[in-house]
Structure formats: structure tokens, C-alpha cells
Ligand binder design. Sequence first.
Ligand SMILES: Nc1ncnc2c1ncn2[C@@H]1O[C@H](COP(=O)(O)OP(=O)(O)OP(=O)(O)O)[C@@H](O)[C@H]1O
Ligand SMILES: [Mg+2]
Length: 367
Amino acid sequence: MSTPVSEAAEAQVAIDVDRVSKIFPGEDAVRALDDVSVGIRRNEFFTLLGPSGCGKTTLLRIIAGFEPPTMGALRLDGTDISRLAPDQRPINTVFQNYALFPHMSVARNIGFGLEMLGKPKREVNETVDRMLKLVQMEALKSRKTSALSGGQQQRVALARALAPHPRVLLLDEPLSALDLKLRKEMQIELKRLQSETGITFIFVTHDQEEALTMSDRIAVMRDGRILQIGSPRDIYQRPAERFVANFIGESNFLDATLSAGHVTLKAGGGAFAVTAPPGVADGPVSVLVRPEHAAVRAGSPAGDELPATIRNVVYSGDATTIHLELGSGELFKAKMSNSTGGGATLPSQGEPAVVTIAPGAVTVLKD
Ligand SMILES: Nc1ncnc2c1ncn2[C@@H]1O[C@H](COP(=O)(O)OP(=O)(O)OP(=O)(O)O)[C@@H](O)[C@H]1O
Ligand SMILES: [Mg+2]
């Protein structure tokens, strides 16, 4: 019997991917998706994150209806949509290459889909004007799309996909062709568009920073499977496995021993209280410490501090990264903010130092 909480969560689900697998047949058959289940909520900015070839585009194509699943079910607001053709699903896609009509004006590109649906001209014009305003392209409405910058084309592609007001918008690495500055601007723009329209966005990227800054929740994928689903904070601070920790942010992996809710590092220091993930038994474990959760100072260790030797000090403006070798021989990175004067009084290369790890900063990993 389900609890009221899970019923409430279920009621919010827009796209329900239920045990979907996809095998591309052939001599060297590929299992592109392997028993994937995820419930994507209404009005959510949901991101699929993972390395090249992990199955992100395949999952989007199945949701959009361009590809049938080999196994499993797909529901939208509780209704099975797996047999509907793409144009019968209230779902639109923004592809990586935009696929605009180059010789048509901005306005016609945006209105084209609505015209094809046979909407009255007045309604098409009104919607186009609203979309132009939304993506801030009113001034360029008569320009051919072949004469637009990459970022402007991107906004037209978005406006075109949003015009029929789909319930779900799929975005497959839509920002990857843009330079860094424009990319950052468009990230903010996309967030704004999502919250203003209330449409569920399913966004694909292999850029971890982009995923962290934009998403309500992230699914981290590898080899056709979802390893972890959570908020950016969850995924960053409590990665379930080494792959997730390694893929997102910078990491130190250390050998340790788990015993009764505490770990002792091979490198020394005291016992750290931890919550081990389910299935991890007492004994040797691998733990994660993020570089920004460690501090370094000169001197000899006292209490829970770890002895270390400085290998390299790298200044990067806002922060200083200190590369060390711990007493155990393990290499370790600590990152200290320069605003707190962190890196100013460090010992030099080759000198002894001590490392302090912040309480709660040690995470046990399921390897
Ligand atoms: N039509 C197809 N026929 C055979 N194999 C395919 C087909 N489409 C995708 N694949 C394979 O399925 C796997 C997943 O591909 P997919 O395009 O979903 O990856 P992705 O996560 O989107 O990667 P990228 O970040 O490079 O875009 C890959 O091994 C790919 O080679
Ligand atoms: Mg892809």
C-alpha cells in the first residue's frame, strides 16, 4: 500500500518512464537503455547528465516518440502514450542543430508549426508576437534566420518549440554550439522561460556545471542506466557512487575503514561520523572529500588533523588549490577561498603541513 506522500509525488508526475530498455539490434547489438525508470514532475527543470554514449538522446527520442522502446512503458499525466506518433504527443523538441528554415523570417519560423496545425491567422500572429517578446527577438522578427547569430537562432528555435504550448519540452544539448559567454546568458534565459511558461523541461547535457546551475533535479546516467536522481545539492554533496562523485565536481577519494557509523582514514586523523549508503558493510571502504571541505596550514598535526607534505600550490584568482601528499602516500587536493585569506600564509612546496577536514565532509561511497 502506498503512503500519502508517495501518492502526492505520483500525482505531480508528468512523464513517467517505467522500466524502459532500448536495444538497437544488429550484429553488434547495443543496449542503449537498460531498465530505466524515472518520474519527471510537472513544471520541473529536469536534466539528464552523463558522458557521451550513455543513452541521453535515446531516452529523449523515446519520450518524443521518434523511437519505440524495446521494453517498458511511457506515460504522460497517467496516460499511456507509447503508441502515439510524435505529432500526437503534447511534447516538443529543440534539437542540437536547431533545424530552422533559413530562408524564412524569424516570425514565420515561429508560426510555421501553428500554421501547419491549421490555426486561424489571427491566433498564429498573436502567439508569434507573444513568443517574440518572450525570447526578446521583437526587433528581428522580419529577418531571415540565416542572417542571425548562433544565440539568436537558438532563441528562435526555442520560441518555435514553445509556440504550441507543449506540456513538455525536450532540449538535447541546445547550448553546446555557443561560446561560453553566450552560453551562460542562455542558461539564465532558459531558466526564466521555464519558470514563466510553467512547462516541464527535460534538458540533456554532458556539462556538469550547466546541470548543477540550471536543474531542479538531475539524473546521472552511465552505460544506459540511471545511477542517481536528486537535486543538484544531493548529487554534489551526497553522491551515491564513485562514478557520480568523479563526474560532478572535483574529488578526493581516500581509503578508509567503516565501523559503527564512523570512518577512520588510512591517512590518519580522528574518526568521522558518516551515514553509509545502504548495502555498504563495515570494513574497508572508499570515501569522498571535496577539495573545498579541507583546509591546510603549516605546522605539525594536533587532534584530528592529518599530516601531509605540500607538492604544489596553484593560485586561480578566487581560490588557491593546494596539492598534497598525505602520510598514507595518497595524493590530496585542498581548495581554499582567497576571500578569507586562506591561501596567503601557506607553507611552500616540500614543507610539512597539516590538513583539517570539515565535520560532515566525509562521504562513504558505494564502489
Ligand atoms: N540508431 C542507432 N543504432 C544503433 N546504435 C545506436 C543508435 N542510436 C544510438 N545508438 C547507440 O546507443 C548508445 C547511446 O546513444 P545516445 O545517442 O543515446 O548517447 P548520448 O548519451 O546522447 O551521447 P552524446 O552525449 O554523445 O550525444 C550509443 O552507444 C550509440 O552508439
Ligand atoms: Mg546525444
